[in-house]
Design a protein around this ligand. Structure first.
Ligand code: ZN
Length: 460
């Protein structure tokens, strides 16, 4: 009899221990954020005293305090008084240096779209980040830029030249085989080639982004383009009959197009964009850099966080080409103002603006520049919430990633930022980041900053 009792006791102890360990290990994988104000990116009003449950890399549940009891042993962080927003997305970067990874993450940029790069480099970096081998933002990439001739400036090495529609078609199908996420087309491509490229890209289910001029945004929209980079091709479409056959392709030097646009044509074009679900990457940081003088740009305190070779490149640029490009300040001031008027009207009629910076365009530091873009969008007339949605929900939509990214909802990837101040009160509060969570993993911001400084020192 005594033996039986001992056996029963042992079995009970075993059951108790297994329940304990199951809960222990289950709980260990769960992170709970309690008490913060959730701005989920959907456009809904903020949820105070929220509870966000993260399991592995996903958002498992969203609830309110008092309505949810976190699992035993879960790691719980009290974020009372703080604000949670989705991870930010920069829709136009040139990720030319692996060291940018830390700068993006440091600033809460958890996804980027690369719009021109060396295919070997960017696609392998993308895959390494996806596999968790290296830490960095999630990358979506076009790799090459397709044009019918080599383009000047720094991007020349990333151009692939298509001389006729047949070559263009082959390039797109080759890039599709390499598994690119986007196709990027450029300034001087003629219409028949743009048509061929978009058709071939559609066949491969790849969206097309355009830095346009010769083919204007009206034609590109009708052909099926998805995003307008730097808001290009719009002024050309508003000009009417004028053609850009020999597309003075240094748009940055010659662009006075916005000075002559026909405002009567705004509504028509905007309605076409909305019907065709076109997204505009406003890229006001770039236009702002044309308005500023070289000195103002050089004074960017974060420039020192960039590698020496990039900083040297910037200095060369400022002292030579930049001055030519931006000499006519009045032109650029009016250009920016007209563009902003157009964007505001586009937004008011239901159009979606995206955030893109073109970093590392001179003195635009990865990550930091996205916060600058947000501020410029608000200055142009967007509400802070609208600007945030540009950098989150709308960008995820344009990427065909609305199932995974862009908002804080159950089932999505846990990319989010915890801010110390309310971004809806002042958009510059997006810079006051307490904590970054990327794919469910907490990133220690202080350590990351110190390691960036350390790497810089070593390079010097
Ligand atoms: Zn670019």
């Amino acid at each position: 009899m005594k033996k039986l009792w001992i056996s029963i006791l042992l079995v009970l102890v075993c059951i108790f221990l297994s329940i304990f360990f199951i809960n222990f290990f289950k709980g260990k994988k769960i992170l709970v954020l309690t008490g913060g104000t959730l701005i989920d990116g959907t456009g809904k009003s903020p949820l105070t005293n929220s509870v966000i449950v993260i399991e592995k890399n996903k958002i498992k549940a969203i609830s309110e305090e008092g309505k949810y009891r976190p699992p035993m042993f879960a790691k719980t962080i009290d974020i009372r008084g703080k604000f949670i927003i989705p991870g930010l997305i920069d829709m136009h970067v040139h990720y030319t240096d692996e060291a940018f990874s830390d700068l993006f993450l440091l600033n809460g940029v958890t996804s980027v779209r690369d719009m021109g790069n060396d295919p070997e480099f960017i696609l392998s970096l993308r895959d390494k980040i996806n596999a968790g081998i290296v830490q960095g933002p999630t990358i979506f990439a076009s790799s090459f830029i397709i044009n019918n001739r080599k383009i000047p400036f720094g991007a020349s090495e990333y151009t692939i030249v298509a001389r006729n529609p047949k070559e263009a078609k082959k390039i797109v199908s080759d890039l599709a085989k390499k598994n690119v996420d986007w196709i990027k087309i450029y300034i001087t491509l003629p219409e028949e080639m743009v048509r061929t490229i978009i058709k071939e890209a559609e066949k491969n289910k790849i969206p097309v982004a355009g830095h346009l001029r010769r083919v204007n945004a009206r034609i590109a929209a009708q052909l099926g383009i998805r995003t307008l980079e730097h808001a290009t091709g719009i002024a050309e479409a508003l000009l009417g009959e004028e053609k850009f056959e020999d597309a003075p392709f240094l748009w940055t030097i010659s662009d006075k197009t916005w000075l002559h646009v026909d405002k009567e044509k705004y509504y028509d074009l905007i309605d076409l964009f909305i019907r065709k679900n076109i997204y505009i990457v406003a890229n006001l940081t770039l236009y702002q850099s044309f308005v500023s003088d070289g000195e103002e740009l050089k004074n960017n305190p974060n420039a020192k966080l960039m590698s020496k070779s990039i900083q040297d490149g910037w200095k060369r640029y400022i002292s030579s080409r930049f001055l030519d490009v931006t000499r006519d300040k009045e032109n650029w001031r009016v250009t920016k103002q007209r563009l902003e008027e157009f964007l505001l009207l586009f937004k008011e009629r239901g159009g979606k603006i995206l955030t893109g910076t073109d970093t590392p365009w001179p003195f635009l530091v990865p990550g930091f520049s996205l916060h600058k873009e947000l501020k410029l969008l608000v200055k142009a007339g967007l509400s802070p919430l609208e600007a945030l949605m540009s950098a989150t929900k709308y960008s995820a939509e344009a990427l065909n990633q609305e199932q995974n990214l862009g908002t804080i909802e159950e089932g999505k990837i846990a990319d989010l930022l915890i801010l110390n101040e309310d971004p809806l009160e002042d958009i510059s509060h997006t810079q006051n980041i307490e904590l970054i969570i990327k794919s469910g993993k907490i990133i220690n911001r202080k350590e990351l900053y110190l390691s960036i400084i350390e790497k810089q020192k070593k390079e010097e």
